[in-house]
Ligand binder design. Structure first.
Ligand code: GLT
Ligand code: MN
Ligand code: MN
Length: 386
């Protein structure tokens, strides 16, 4: 019942299960797997798809002949396993050339190189079937604001995205962009730090219809924000093109833990939201296993992400079918239609009608809002005693 199936659209990046466990203070603890090995590992645990950065697949200094061989082997692994590639992205943060950012770097040559690298990476992604292209601007920020004017940075980022939209149109690719926010790390501050900031920025671009967001649990949690609320805003704007599922404690570095590992209640409301609204995109786990894990444990990590999602999906169905919970919700939301005249929006007549009402604040305040009861029932449902 909690086994992953293709219709669940569970995906992992090559860099997630392939993460060898290095961190800023310690070397890798696991052997690096080849992309082909990672595809087979993902197939074994039951994933539907695999995503990648250009350089997860093709090393940055590969020759054209090496590139072709790597892509051929990767395609063969996809054919053998049935895995698909729904999303691709560019690595614009690993190489030292991006030490001052990519699209927002002060050096115009670095900005031009970032554009060229992204065009090639888009070609690669499309060749392998990607329909969504993620932009995570990990280095698009500063340590010192003496170095860069944020207005210049915003204009450069905007110009780059406009340029790349035109490239995609010119090639006739069927590809949408998804912008991923993160408040800091690896830069001290990263521009457009939240999903909400990205949503505002998109409306300033030349082709806003081509561009949505890729919110990540960990990144909003770093900023201490309610992830589900950010996702809801993106959904409401028609901009939820992709999602990065993982987990972490508030206010920490980008922990990228297994989905549901830390904040199970938030994870529940998120899954409930995605399932209730009928989100149809990938459920992408942008997470990695603890540094202590070996590859058996990495598989447990990957299975755990998917299994927790499916358990929470079942809990959401139970929540929606729970008589007591639903009765409380319908009491809380009761509406006898008295104020229905406001539903049609403003008119001079409705404004007059509204003015004429004598509101009894005491009576309004005495209405029961049994949210303690509701929350406890939810907790009991999650704890498995309901
Ligand atoms: C990196 C980052 C992620 C992004 C990936 C896509 S790379 O692991 O921490 O959140 O989604 O560029
Ligand atoms: Mn991410
Ligand atoms: Mn992250």
């Amino acid at each position: 019942m909690y086994d992953p199936k293709p219709e669940h659209k569970f995906t992992f990046g090559l860099w997630t299960v392939g993460n060898p466990g290095g961190d800023p203070f310690g070397y890798a603890t696991r052997r690096a797997l080849s992309p082909v090995e990672i595809v087979h590992l993902l197939a074994e645990v039951g994933a539907w798809g695999v995503n990648f950065h250009d350089n997860d697949l093709v090393p940055i200094d590969a020759t054209p002949a090496e590139r072709d061989q790597i892509v051929k082997d990767f395609k063969q692994a996809l054919d053998e396993t049935g895995l698909v590639v729904p999303m691709a992205t560019t690595n614009l943060f690993r190489d030292p050339v991006f030490r001052d950012g990519a699209f927002t770097a002060n050096d115009p040559a670095v900005r031009a190189y970032a554009l060229q690298k992204t065009m090639c990476a888009i070609d690669l992604g499309v060749e392998l079937g990607a329909k969504v292209y993620v932009f995570w601007g990990g280095r698009e920020g500063t340590e010192t604001d003496a170095s860069k004017n944020p207005l210049d940075a915003g204009k450069r980022f905007r110009d780059a995205l406009n340029y790349l939209c035109n490239y995609v149109k010119d090639q006739g690719y069927e590809l949408k962009f998804a912008l991923e926010a993160k408040p800091n790390e690896p830069r001290s501050d990263i521009y457009l730090p939240t999903t909400g900031a990205m949503l505002g920025f998109i409306e300033t671009l030349d082709y806003p219809e081509m561009i949505g967001v890729n919110p990540e649990v960990a990144h909003e949690h770093m900023a201490g924000l309610n992830f589900m609320h950010a996702v809801a805003q993106a959904w409401d704007a028609g901009k939820l093109f992709h999602i990065d599922l993982n987990d972490q404690k508030f206010g920490r570095y980008d922990q990228d833990f297994r989905f549901g590992a830390e904040m199970i209640k938030q994870a529940f409301y998120l899954v409930k939201f995605l399932e209730d609204v009928g989100y149809e995109g990938s459920r992408h786990f942008d997470a990695h296993a603890y540094r202590t894990a070996d590859y058996d444990d990495v598989k447990e990590f990957a299975r755990g992400c998917m299994r927790t999602y499916l358990i929470l999906k079942e809990k959401a169905q139970r929540f929606n079918a729970d008589g007591e919970i639903q009765a409380l919700l319908s009491d809380i939301n009761a509406d006898d239609g008295t104020y229905g005249f406001l539903d049609a929006g403003y008119s001079a007549q409705s404004a007059q009608q509204l003015r004429d009402i004598n509101f009894d604040r005491q009576q309004l305040t005495s209405k029961k809002l049994p949210y303690e009861r509701l929350d406890q029932l939810t907790v009991e449902l999650l704890l498995g005693v309901r």
